[in-house]
Write a protein that binds this ligand. Structure first.
Ligand SMILES: N[C@@H](CC(=O)O)C(=O)O
Ligand SMILES: NC(=O)OP(=O)(O)O
Length: 358
């Protein structure tokens, strides 16, 4: 396997400081592992002797299982943790839990928590203790979900060039991210990766779930307190945020409080679940009205490019953010490919941060 750059990151907490070489290294490493996964024997000895612990303090189906499968395919030993049957129920703290796994010889901790910042806090503690442990953020509150955005990127780029998936393929493509942007860590990580590619990223959602602060979110500007726009007054407003940055091109981010301008001529549409577990107030009239205004349906896709593809990180609430028939239609839906890509991408991440540890 030939990789473009030397990987120096110990932890993967956020994509905010990823540069194009980082993305391309992940994409090309994942492509190599996708080839491994197509073999009869889908296992390589790369991480023999390495211990990978999945510390999921919040529920997961895809992320946890694909990290565990990825670790097993790389011949690592795996430890998993379920809060309800763990010593957390006896009052042990999160940090003491992490220290317990450290004492067992864990080399890589894959951490999900409902509070933003927990993976970073544990990574900082591991560094303070001068352990060589790596921390991978598997989703922290509404902050980030970097491995999800990387597998989304791999899925899209592989569709455009299966042999050489790379960031540059997305330059000038139009990508719409629709739904509950405010509470979505998937959206936040994807904004970093997709804007780094030079794609136009169009966010669309109701004003309560897409406050104006996203116009400057994470792009190096002061984020103004999220005063929601008044419906009607701001609809169809496009707020471009253009930064020089060190990406291939300037970051292009647009906001829409109506879905139509976001979908117009889009090449890819990413729809998101309403993150009800993070909604502290009543932000929507009804699920039915939400689906009518923002649900992705066959009819709505007619606004997009004819070969448009639809992504969803899962889990899906059928009939809310996407119509059930569309979700199952392989002509449009990339949802199962996203899950499949997850294993190769997570193998790549474990390999890149873990191969020096054996
Ligand atoms: N599974 C993703 C998206 C979702 O739950 O809607 C996450 O954990 O962020
Ligand atoms: N996409 C995602 O993170 O799914 P899970 O919550 O099932 O891990």
């Amino acid at each position: 396997m030939v990789f473009m750059t030397t990987w120096t990151r110990r932890h993967i907490i956020s994509l905010a400081d990823f540069v194009p070489d980082d993305y391309n290294t992940v994409l090309q490493t994942a492509a190599s592992f996708r080839e491994v996964l197509s073999r009869r024997v889908k296992k390589v000895p790369t991480l023999q002797g390495i211990v990978v612990a999945t510390l999921f303090f919040e529920p997961s189906t895809r992320t946890r299982n694909s990290f565990e499968l990825a670790a097993k395919r790389l011949s690592a030993d795996t430890l998993s943790f379920t809060p309800g049957t763990s010593a957390l129920t006896k009052g042990e703290t999160i940090l003491d839990t992490a220290l317990t796994y450290l004492a067992m010889g864990t080399n890589i901790m894959v951490i999900r928590h409902r509070e933003a910042g927990v993976p970073l806090a544990i990574a900082n503690e591991m560094d303070r203790l001068q352990s060589q442990v790596s921390v991978l953020n598997a989703g922290d509150g509404q902050h980030e979900h970097p491995s999800q955005a990387l597998l989304d990127l791999f899925t899209i780029c592989s569709l455009l060039d299966p042999d050489l998936p790379r960031l540059e393929l997305l330059k000038d493509k139009k990508i719409a991210i629709v739904g509950d942007i405010l509470h979505s860590r998937v959206a936040r990580s994807n904004i970093w990766s997709l804007t780094a590619s030079g794609a136009e990223v169009h966010l669309a959602g109701p004003p309560t779930l897409l406050p104006k602060l996203f116009a400057s979110w994470g792009m190096g500007h002061e984020a103004s307190p999220g005063v929601p726009p008044t419906r009607g007054e701001e609809q169809n407003t496009i707020v471009p945020t253009v930064l020089p940055g060190n990406a291939i091109t300037q970051r292009k981010l647009f906001l829409h409080w109506d879905i139509e301008p976001a979908l117009q001529n889009a090449d890819f549409v990413m729809t998101l679940r309403l993150q009800k577990e993070r909604m502290t107030q009543h932000l929507l009239p009804s699920l039915r009205e939400y689906h009518q205004r923002y649900g992705i349906t066959r009819d709505r896709l007619k606004l997009c490019q004819p070969n448009v593809k639809v992504l969803h990180p899962g889990p899906v609430n059928r009939g809310v953010e996407i119509s059930s028939d569309l979700m199952d239609d392989p002509q449009f839906s990339l949802i199962s490919q996203q899950v499949t890509s997850g294993v190769a991408v997570r193998m790549a991440l474990l390999y890149l941060i873990g191969s020096g540890k054996a």
